[in-house]
Ligand binder design. Structure first.
Ligand SMILES: [Zn+2]
Length: 254
C-alpha cells in the first residue's frame, strides 16, 4: 500500500472518531434517486439469499458489513425470480471493502498478478464454483480535508455517499457477469453484440471500460440498470435504446 493511501485511510479513521454522526449516515439518500428494497415474499427471498451467500469475514468493520448487505439487497431487489434462480447456483458472493483486499484475494485464487485497476472480479471454476469479489475505493478525502480536521458533516457524507455508490456499482457489475456466466448467455447473443457495438462501443457515453468488449459492455450496462437507482435506468433507456430493449426483453428485472 502506498504512503498516500495509508495516510488517507488513517485520516478517514480519525474522521470517523471526530464525526460520530458518520455512523448514522444513510446510504439511501443519494442524488441519483432513492432506492427501495423489495418487500413481501420477494423481499424475504432477497434477504435470505444475501444471508446465505454473502461471505463477509473479509469485511473490515460492522458498518462496512451492514453497508455491503444493504448494497446487495438493493441490487437484488431489482431482479425478479428468473434472475435470482440463475444466481442460486452460485457458491459464494464475497464482498470486500478495499481494492487492495480484492487484489490480494484475486492473486491468491488466480495465482496471477491483479490488474492495477481491479476493484472487482467474477470467477468461475471448472468444478462449478462461482465467486464474486467485490470491492471499491476507500472514501476519497481530498488533501485539503486531510490537512484540515474542521470538515463540515455534509462534505463527509457527500464523500462517503460517492464511495458507497462506487462500491454498489462494482457489485452490480460483477453480479451481471454472474448472470451472464462464462457461456455468455446474454452478452454472446447476436442481438446484444450488435446493439453494444452500435450504441456503446461506437457512440460511447456509458464508460470507457464498457467499450472493451461485449461482455464488459453487458456488465457495465447492468451496473447502470441495477446499481444506480431509477435515474440509471432512465439514462440507459434514453441513451442506449437498443441495448435497453434487449436487456428488458430478457425478463431479468422487476
Ligand atoms: Zn467486468
Amino acid at each position: 500500500m502506498n504512503q498516500h493511501r495509508k495516510e488517507l485511510i488513517s485520516t478517514f479513521q480519525r474522521l470517523k472518531e471526530m464525526v460520530p454522526e458518520f455512523v448514522k449516515f444513510n446510504p439511501y439518500h443519494g442524488p441519483d434517486g432513492r432506492f427501495t428494497t423489495a418487500s413481501g415474499a420477494h423481499g424475504k427471498r432477497v434477504k435470505n439469499f444475501v444471508k446465505k451467500k454473502l461471505v463477509s469475514q473479509f469485511m473490515t468493520s460492522e458498518i462496512e458489513k451492514k453497508q455491503a448487505q444493504e448494497q446487495m439487497e438493493e441490487i437484488l431487489s431489482t431482479f425478479n425470480n428468473k434472475a435470482l434462480d440463475r444466481l442460486e447456483g452460485m457458491d459464494k458472493l464475497v464482498v470486500l471493502s478495499r481494492k487492495q483486499h480484492v487484489q490480494e484475494l484475486y492473486e491468491h485464487l488466480i495465482k496471477e498478478p491483479a490488474d492495477d485497476a481491479l476493484v472487482g472480479s467474477y470467477l468461475e471454476y471448472t468444478d462449478g464454483t462461482y465467486m464474486i469479489l467485490s470491492g471499491g475505493h476507500p472514501p476519497r478525502i481530498s488533501t485539503k480535508m486531510a490537512e484540515d480536521h474542521d470538515i463540515p458533516k455534509e462534505q463527509v457524507e457527500a464523500n462517503n455517499a460517492k464511495a458507497f455508490r462506487s462500491k454498489r456499482g462494482v457489485m452490480a457489475h460483477e453480479i451481471y457477469h454472474a448472470l451472464d456466466k462464462k457461456e455468455q448467455k446474454y452478452s454472446g447473443s447476436e442481438e446484444w453484440k450488435s446493439a453494444w457495438k452500435e450504441e456503446i462501443r461506437e457512440k460511447g457515453g456509458l464508460s470507457d471500460y464498457a467499450k472493451t468488449n461485449e461482455i464488459e459492455g453487458w456488465a457495465e450496462f447492468g451496473r447502470c440498470m441495477s446499481g444506480q437507482g431509477p435515474g440509471g435506468r432512465m439514462r440507459a433507456a434514453r441513451k442506449f435504446p437498443k441495448c435497453y430493449k434487449y436487456f428488458i426483453e430478457q425478463g431479468l428485472l422487476k
